[in-house]
Design a protein around this ligand. Structure first.
Ligand code: KMH
Ligand code: ZN
Length: 277
């Protein structure tokens, strides 16, 4: 059954510098006002990376706790903290993200070359993240950068059981240099592999850079959901920098409406993802 579209906004990420992308929300105030505006436009989930006082990526626990509290206070969005952080973040700090008490967190399903860097996700670490999320009642979004990550997820769930809430939701991150391409063909291959996961597994997809629009169109056509935002996309169209996260969310909402799969509300997103209201 085709449903409405769950739209996740990923407003900041860990890769772009504020100096290069001045519209990037990096302070708590900027993040909260972005979140409120994106919610009003149709976003239901926010995937959060935070920055320190110098706008550098950080996993500082105090700041993460304040961020979760501020987003809960000001919006109804599902708050999904990134446990991926930046490629330089140590495993212990990435695990400690769960101590900030989010409803949801990302869980990347394997190692991937990441431009000139390596985004390291050892099996033992992935198992640690998954089981700690089960213990804490944090609902994962499994990040899939390559087709084999879905096989790894099948293995993880087979050995360690379903996540908190019992529902499996994955996000295809497409077009990272070193990962799978941002193409309709790759999305269909992932969609096929999702059939080997538990019944009812849902997926969203995000295309990096120029893959943004092809992936939106392919995901909507294949019954998937959408993630958009300045973590993944800083150019709106050729020669036109993104002006704000709201511009990207508004475009995703318009595509979803054209596909006759309008955005779901945060409350509907919680039901879909198995998150207690
Ligand atoms: N910043 C990337 C190295 C996640 O948020 O879980 C990892 C990332 C994935 O963005
Ligand atoms: Zn992220």
């Amino acid at each position: 059954m085709t449903t409405g579209t769950l739209i996740t906004v990923a407003p900041t990420g860990a890769e772009s510098a504020k100096a290069d992308v001045p519209a990037l929300p990096v302070t708590l105030d900027e993040l909260v006002s972005t979140a409120k505006e994106c919610e009003a436009l149709g976003a239901a989930v926010i995937h959060v990376h935070i920055r320190d006082g110098e706008a550098r990526p950080t996993l500082d626990l105090g700041r993460l706790r304040d961020t979760v509290a501020a987003l809960r206070e000001s919006t109804d969005l599902v708050v999904q903290l990134s446990s991926g952080g930046a490629v330089t973040d140590p495993e212990a700090a990435r695990l400690a993200v769960l101590d900030a008490g989010p409803e949801m967190a990302s869980c990347t399903m394997g190692t991937v070359n990441f431009g000139d860097d390596v985004f390291l996700n050892r099996w033992e670490f992935v198992v640690g993240l998954h089981t700690r999320m089960q213990e804490r009642g944090v609902v994962p979004e499994y990040e899939i950068f390559d087709l084999g990550h879905l096989t790894a997820l099948q293995r993880l769930l087979g050995k360690y059981g379903l996540p908190a809430g019992g529902h499996v939701h994955v996000d295809f991150v497409m077009g990272v240099p070193g990962g799978m391409p941002a193409t309709a063909e790759a999305l269909v291959a992932c969609r096929q592999a999702v059939r080997d996961l538990p019944d009812g597994t849902t997926f969203s997809a995000t295309g990096i850079g120029r893959g943004t629009i092809p992936v939106i169109l392919a995901s909507l056509s294949a019954g998937g959901h959408l993630r958009v935002g300045m973590e993944d996309t800083v150019t709106y169209a050729k020669g036109r920098p993104v002006e704000s996260n709201m511009q990207l969310v508004a475009r995703a909402v318009a595509f979803a409406q054209l596909a006759q799969r309008p955005p779901v509300t945060p409350a509907e997103a919680r039901t879909l993802l198995g998150i207690p209201a």
